[in-house]
Design a protein around this ligand. Structure first.
Ligand code: UDP
Ligand code: MG
Length: 155
């Protein structure tokens, strides 16, 4: 069976980097059985964040989101696997961390929407756009995760 190509762009945003949670975020996706195919430490520009968050242009939190997000480094990742978009959003938890379930990243580590630590693509269309925004094609690796047949019945 051909490997699933479903992908999600996951960011550890600047607050996540400052809080020392990069490893914790990676651990949760890795332990779940997803495959990391791209990873970089990035200083996002305002223009890049403006494009990333284009759907939110005009909202009251847009400007603070760009200002804080571009104030220091973030970690950008592409994770791959069956169901990664839905599962990734569940691993992150609700946008407002006060409403996020314990056991999610936001529910365990955050209390403010403007410091909710992580980003995850919310649809296949968004994932494609976001992956293309943060990564060049040659920065994404094709590799076989050993034991994949024991993690997935679709692989
Ligand atoms: N955000 C905020 N206040 C809000 C809603 C959103 O500061 O009332 C920020 C928050 O950091 C969120 C980002 O804007 O992660 C993008 O919002 P979206 O609704 O897309 O949430 P997400 O997809 O990240 O859960
Ligand atoms: Mg969103």
């Amino acid at each position: 069976m051909a490997a699933t190509r479903e992908r999600s762009l996951i960011l550890v945003k600047h607050d996540g980097v400052q809080r020392g949670l990069v490893g914790e975020v990676i651990r949760r996706f890795e332990n779940r059985g997803f495959k990391l195919i791209g990873l970089k430490y990035v200083q996002a520009t305002r223009a890049q964040l403006e494009s990333h968050y284009e759907d939110h242009k005009g909202k009251d939190f847009f400007e603070p989101l760009l200002a804080y997000g571009s104030s220091g480094p973030a970690v950008a990742m592409v994770w791959e696997g069956h169901g990664i978009i839905t599962a990734g959003r569940a691993i992150l938890g609700a946008t407002d961390p006060i409403k996020a379930q314990p056991g999610t990243i936001r529910g365990d580590y955050a209390t403010a929407a403007g410091r909710n630590l992580v980003h995850g693509s919310d649809s296949e269309k968004a994932a494609k756009r976001e992956v293309d925004l943060w990564f060049k094609a040659e920065e994404l690796l094709t590799w076989h995760r050993a034991g994949a047949q024991h993690l997935h019945d679709k692989y």
